[in-house]
Design a protein around this ligand. Structure first.
Ligand code: BYC
Length: 316
């Protein structure tokens, strides 16, 4: 049997050559655990992320908006399912993953602990939240773990529709009445800073970035992706004619990037630790959905058992 150091060296060489790692390949235990953590957090984020928008399905301003919002939310449920499947390839069951979420042990993206107060928030979530997600996830289409990278390709295509539908909601409001434009500005004011926090803590405080970059789980750091998001998004706000709520935001000719103000990291950690405006509401909603769905799971299992019994009877 090869010793561990040799296996680890060969594993790193495969990563350095740009090879994908597949479920049956040997991998260091920490690589497996890091993926279970990251992919399942991502799956939970998709599923919890359905809640702030689900809240607006019955209150869309038109049938056309309702159809698009329903499709977007359904996509998010689908993303959660691909990602739970990708996580299962690492040897953990879906029940265990759900249990981690419902018991509060698993994290999900901080952004979904903020309330969606007005219709403009459906625009801001699509534009900013999905916009931030795309920047992060395009990088993840080249992540080193095959099932995660492949799931990301499809997810990114769908996210780009989500981002456009959000931007178009805001474009319509910004071309509407003064009250509608003010509603768009108010939603940008509330969602801007939490969107920047989605990329995670500054590089200097990030616990996982260094190792994740070596293993090509992450291809760019939290700060690099955050900067990319700001550079892409500020000109889009200019087109809408609304103002990013950051007095220190300024184009820096020398750096070729926008300089921006201090992010409130205390607020970020408060939200991550469960003390954000909607943490309790989101977890209560998830647990309620899980408990209410028990009869559906039982019926599906009973049906599958009955079918298996019939197949066995036919075979013997
Ligand atoms: N919120 O060492 P770091 C979406 C945690 S959903 C909460 O930098 P890492 C969508 C981090 O987990 C988008 N926690 O970590 C859905 C770690 O704690 P643990 C979701 C955060 O993993 C519906 C600690 O802070 N996208 O697209 O190297 C509608 C230290 O951080 C957050 C993904 O999940 C946060 N924002 O980097 C619309 C993408 N940030 O685990 C849209 C996949 C950090 O040690 N994930 N933490 O207890 C990633 O790319 C990386 O996990 C992150 C963080 C960049 C998020």
């Amino acid at each position: 049997m090869k010793d561990l150091a040799k296996l680890e060296k060969e594993f790193q060489e495969r990563i350095d050559r740009g090879e994908n790692i597949e479920p049956k390949d040997w991998m260091p235990e920490k690589y497996r655990k890091t993926h279970i953590r990251q992919i399942s957090q991502h799956a939970h984020s998709e599923v919890v992320g359905m809640l702030p928008e689900g809240n607006w399905i019955t209150r869309t301003p038109s049938l056309r908006r309702k159809v698009a919002l329903l499709a977007k939310i359904q996509d998010e449920g689908g993303h959660g399912l691909y990602l739970y499947s990708a996580t299962e390839t690492l040897g953990i069951s879906r029940d265990e993953l759900y249990e981690q979420l419902h018991s509060g042990r698993a994290k999900y993206s901080s952004i979904f602990n903020y309330p969606a107060l007005t219709w403009a928030d459906m625009g801001a979530i699509g534009w900013l939240v999905d916009g931030a997600a795309i920047i992060n996830q395009v990088m993840l289409t080249r992540t080193s773990y095959g099932p995660y990278a492949r799931a990301m390709v499809r997810i990114c295509k769908e996210e780009s529709f989500h981002q456009r539908q959000g931007y178009e909601i805001l474009l319509t409001l910004c071309r509407g009445t003064a009250v509608q434009k003010a509603m768009a500005q108010d939603s940008l004011n509330r969602w801007w800073w939490p969107s920047l926090m989605m990329f995670g803590p500054p590089d200097a405080e990030s616990t996982h970035t260094e190792q994740s970059m070596k293993w090509k789980i992450k291809r760019k750091t939290n700060d690099e992706l955050r900067q990319q998001f700001i550079d892409n998004t500020v000109p889009q706000a200019d087109i809408l004619g609304i103002k990013v709520p950051d007095p220190d935001l300024k184009w820096n000719e020398e750096r070729g990037h926008y300089d921006f103000g201090e992010i409130n990291w205390d607020e970020f950690w408060q939200v991550v630790k469960g003390h954000g405006p909607c943490n309790k509401e989101r977890m209560d909603a998830r647990r309620k959905a899980w408990n209410n769905g028990e009869w559906v799971r039982d019926a599906a299992i009973a049906y599958a058992d009955k079918k298996a019994e019939k197949n066995i009877a036919k075979a013997v």
